[in-house]
Design a protein around this ligand. Structure first.
Ligand code: SAM
Length: 235
């Protein structure tokens, strides 16, 4: 029997472009977002007692990977972009059905202007990502004691991040006007070094979009300096 699947929601995310998004959820605690629920899944009763769970699984489509297609082997960033592994031994966005899976912190249901949202944090999803299913994270079966993590080893090394007084003031001003903690978000993203492995030894300026702000920083051997935080077009 054929069944066509449809998005049940759309992600609102602090990540307005791919560059800067962490490789997995949970790495950047300050990352904030929401699932905007779409009819017919925007009925509050469908989420009754979901608030008793701290985390939820999101099944989604890597919608911005579709036009690039996929290959049978990939070079995961965890291996410094050096070694090829099988696509299905990776979490690459470029896969035959472009489906992704993330566990995120669930902060609660909110109704605003006739719409229903699930507030979430610690996400690794781009703004606009279509959501296909939501399930509670169930520790007794989803957490596997003694599981091996293959080649995916998170490094304890963190990049030293500093802010110019101008950038710090812009973050402060942004927080006052929007309530969003931009400084800690930038700090956490940069500590994990979002640059592609091939650029890790270069000293140069980078930019990334977070919410409606363009963040520019200088990468040097000694660490990163956030230079400016400027307004982009509003979302
Ligand atoms: N946790 C998910 C999984 O394992 O299926 C995603 C892991 S994937 C390695 C994370 C990366 O996907 C992010 O760094 C970001 O660049 C990319 N990404 C996130 N949302 C996307 C989207 N809607 N379209 C394309 N790429 C996306």
């Amino acid at each position: 029997m054929e069944h066509t699947i449809q998005a049940i929601g759309l992600i609102h995310s602090c990540y307005t472009e791919k560059f800067g998004i962490p490789r997995q959820p949970g790495l950047v605690k300050s990352a904030k977002g929401a699932v905007e629920l779409l009819p017919p899944c925007n009925r509050e009763e469908m989420f009754k007692e979901l608030e008793t769970f701290s985390h939820i699984w999101l099944q989604f489509m890597f919608h911005e990977a579709v036009s690039d297609g996929w290959r049978p082997t990939v070079r995961p960033p965890w291996l410094g972009g050096q070694r090829r592994v099988g696509l299905f031994a990776s979490r690459s966005p470029h896969r035959p059905n472009f489906l992704g899976l993330s566990v995120v912190r669930y902060l609660g249901l909110r109704k605003e202007k006739g719409k229903v949202f699930l507030d979430i944090s610690e996400l690794d999803l781009l703004h606009g990502t279509p959501i296909f299913d939501i399930k509670p994270y169930v520790p007794y079966s989803d957490r596997v004691e003694g599981a091996s993590g293959g080649f995916v080893q998170i490094s304890n090394n963190r990049i030293t991040v500093s802010f110019t007084p101008e950038a710090e003031a812009s973050c402060q001003q942004y927080q006052e006007q929007s309530g969003r903690e931009l400084k800690s978000l930038i700090q956490e993203i940069l500590e994990h070094d979002p640059r592609p492995a091939s650029q890790r030894s270069q000293q140069r300026e980078y930019g990334m979009l977070l919410w409606d702000r363009n963040v520019r920083w200088l990468a040097e051997e000694s660490g990163f300096t956030v230079l400016s935080v400027m307004e982009t077009k509003s979302r």
